[in-house]
Design a protein around this ligand. Structure first.
Ligand code: PLP
Length: 447
């Protein structure tokens, strides 16, 4: 390592790729033909081979305000020169309080309290723990069950994979949490293919919650967690009325409703949160990703006042919640998040995303009729194009299309056999056209 403070960042390919065990990656395959990103600005990434690609996935559904957003970069640089780190365990620093207050204003009405984490996975596990501890604080410790949903992705903590619904992410890791059950997923190609926005059919899938509550005895259930629009399983918008129905059932039985908004929060759907877009307020929201525009890790759990207050008024002990992370509310992340909120609100990015959503919807639905395209789904600036699985196994078709798109200058993501689109909110019409053109060509070339 260089001792020079002014040393340039490493931009070349490392001599050996062997030491780094890459997350969620076929390591052996990747290292045979690595693809490295060495820079980014606005809507684009620079690849190590000198090419520039349009980032149609916002990094990993997180860079909503564009790469190296000047506001965010400046705020982070300034913060580094003032305070590098301070704990929030029994001492604190002002930026964490200020950010929490600003997030409370940004969140749906009545959700005025925030717990900080460093990732979506930590937000999910934190939310589940708060839900369990909340019932206990109210003298209702018999509520210990958690309900997730098939196909859900809630990160990789043991809580998250327990309520998650993607088989191969669970089956490797033993018995997981006790007392977890799952709602059916809402994907229904037969009834809903090529829906725009919320599909027409599937509110009945919410009624499955009544059945699960009856099966387990509702008084043993602590919380239900869902992604308002499921992301990593293939972009599945909720059927019309579905989230409202879940809310009603939860209310009837004293069960908390958690929305995992790690992807859907911070303007992705053209609203602050999915809760705002769909007009359904959960008890707890989990967030991360777009919170800091991906510039530095941070997550947050936002909750209704009644949940927070149950701890503050209860006899739960001096430390109301025995939970937290060394980096909960890290100063650098707080600075990044506040500048990110400025970008979303003062620069009007969320309104811009809302205004552009109908164009995005029309553009991606223009791919209907191409060979192998079996469904197209969208909400806000989130889109999914589902392809017919090839005979050699699930996922290979979408991987081939995604690979080809990079050759054509556009970075998309394959999730199963769906191509996911989640561009920065700063995108323009011409860039949406570029994405759709690349997809049209890639789908034709791989057919
Ligand atoms: N929850 C949802 C809905 C997600 O989409 C993700 C990541 O994609 C997570 C949780 C996990 O977030 P992280 O990778 O930051 O732990």
């Amino acid at each position: 390592p260089s001792s020079s403070a002014a040393a340039a960042p490493t931009t070349g390919i490392a001599p050996s790729l062997d030491a780094f065990w890459m997350p969620f990656t076929p390591n052996r395959k990747f290292k045979q033909s690595p693809r490295l990103i060495v820079g980014g600005e606005g809507l684009h990434y620079d690849l190590a081979d000198g090419r520039r690609v349009l980032d149609a996935i916002a990094g990993l559904w997180c860079v909503n305000a564009g790469h190296r957003n000047p506001r965010i970069s400046a705020a982070m640089k300034a913060q580094i020169d003032v305070l590098d780190y301070a704990s929030n365990f029994q001492i604190g620093h002002p930026a964490a309080f200020e950010l929490a207050q600003r997030l409370a204003r940004f969140a749906p009405e009545g959700m005025n309290h925030v717990f900080f984490t460093n990732s979506g996975s930590e937000s999910v596990d934190t939310a589940l723990k708060i839900a369990l501890a909340y019932h206990r604080a109210r003298g209702d410790a018999g509520r210990y069950r958690l309900i997730g949903r098939e196909r859900a992705y809630h990160g990789v903590g043991f809580g998250g994979i327990s309520v998650g619904g993607i088989g191969r992410q669970r089956s490797t890791f033993g018995p997981l949490l006790n007392g977890v059950d799952h709602l059916p997923h809402t994907h229904d190609l037969v009834r809903n293919a090529f829906s725009r926005g919320e599909p027409e059919h599937g509110i009945d899938k919410a009624d499955a919650l009544e059945a699960l509550l009856a099966l387990h005895d509702a008084s043993t259930v602590a919380a239900v967690i869902v992604e308002p629009v499921a992301g990593s399983t293939g972009v599945l918008p909720p059927p019309r009325g579905y989230l409202k129905r879940l809310r009603e059932i939860c209310d009837r039985h004293g069960v908390l409703l958690i929305f995992d908004e790690v992807i859907t929060g911070f303007g992705r759907l053209g609203a602050n949160f999915a809760a705002d877009l769909f007009g359904v307020t959960p008890d707890i929201i989990t967030a991360a990703k777009g919170l800091t525009n991906g510039a530095v890790p941070m997550g947050a759990v936002l909750m209704r006042d009644a949940i927070h207050d149950a701890f503050m008024q209860g006899s739960v002990g001096a430390i109301e919640l025995s939970h937290g992370y060394t980096y909960s509310g890290h100063p650098l992340a707080c600075a990044a998040a506040m500048a990110t909120l400025d970008a979303y609100t003062e620069d009007g990015l969320i309104a811009q995303a809302a205004a552009l959503s109908p164009f995005f919807e029309d553009a991606i639905h223009g791919l209907r009729g191409l060979p192998g395209v079996i469904d197209i789904r969208n909400t806000g600036l989130l889109g999914g194009i589902e392809l017919q699985a090839w005979a050699d196994g699930p996922g290979t078709h979408a991987q081939a299309v995604a690979q080809q798109c990079v050759e054509l200058g556009v970075l998309v993501r394959s999730v199963g056999d769906t191509i996911a689109l989640s561009p920065p909110l700063t995108i323009g019409r011409e860039h949406i056209e570029q994405i759709v053109d690349a997809l049209r060509t890639a789908i034709a070339q791989t057919a």
